[in-house]
Design a protein around this ligand. Structure first.
Ligand code: CDP
Length: 234
């Protein structure tokens, strides 16, 4: 059956309404909030700081560690507190999505810890988390050669869509979710996962759609950073 109209009325290539704010957790070295529709992620960065356990210290390069979790109340069925296989996987893929942009060469024996938490989940939590984490790292003053912008693309019924909601992910005739993270300047992809089935042609089409969407994410991230630092030093 054809998916003629999106549940929330968006165009197929339209991202959900987004909001971003930097500096929301005052005691962290850097922090940010990123909202995509009903999905809200917050990220706090601490570092550079000593790495424990100490056997993880690397004298020639700093460490980047990500800890992703969801609040118990972020989903309709209460999520039990504590790590799960899913949260561990998302922590690892978030680390590898961010790692290529951060220059850790001057941070031997120390590291940056990035805590991502989801306040409200309506699909795309890893993507909102990566957007928030990139902002929090920039806010922490970590040397970065680019931002990292993330969005899910995919297929709902017979239609290629961007930024799927949970309702779309659960579409009765099937849906495919393909979260990506892109470095907006070079276009390099640092996260690409897929849950479902798409043909090679559909994946190409979805990636093109995703790459367009990341440019609007980048604009919002830059604005959020400027909003915080506007007037700083005066
Ligand atoms: O959140 P993301 O799309 O990155 O990852 P997912 O594992 O594909 O989860 C999709 C969605 O399922 C989440 O965003 C939540 O809305 C929902 N979910 C849930 O309701 N309960 C969980 N324990 C985990 C996920």
């Amino acid at each position: 059956m054809t998916y003629a109209k999106r549940f929330d009325g968006r165009k197929f290539d339209e991202i959900r309404p987004m909001e971003a704010k930097v500096g929301i957790i005052k005691r962290a070295t850097g922090s940010a909030m990123f909202k995509m529709g009903n999905t809200i992620a917050i990220a706090a960065v601490y570092g550079p700081r000593d790495v424990f356990p100490s056997f993880l210290q690397n004298p020639s390069r700093g460490l980047l560690r990500c800890h992703y979790d969801m609040m118990s109340f972020s989903v309709t069925e209460r999520k039990r507190p504590g790590p799960t296989r899913r949260s561990n996987e998302i922590s690892r893929v978030t680390e590898s999505a961010l790692f290529p942009v951060v220059d850790l060469s001057k941070f031997g024996n120390t590291g940056f810890d990035i805590y991502v938490n989801i306040l409200q989940a309506d699909a795309g939590t890893r993507t909102a988390g990566i957007n928030a984490a990139a902002l929090a790292l920039a806010d922490a003053g970590a040397p970065m050669k680019d931002l990292v912008c993330s969005v899910a693309v995919g297929k709902v019924g017979d239609k290629i869509c961007v930024d799927l909601t949970k309702e779309e992910e659960d579409y009765k005739d099937g849906a495919t979710d393909l979260p990506i993270a892109v470095l907006p300047r070079s276009g390099k992809i640092t996260l690409l996962q897929m849950d479902g089935n798409m043909t090679q042609k559909e994946i190409k089409e979805a990636l093109e759609m995703g790459k367009k969407a990341v440019q609007s994410i980048k604009k919002l991230q830059v604005k959020a950073l400027k909003d915080k630092y506007k007037g700083a030093g005066k």
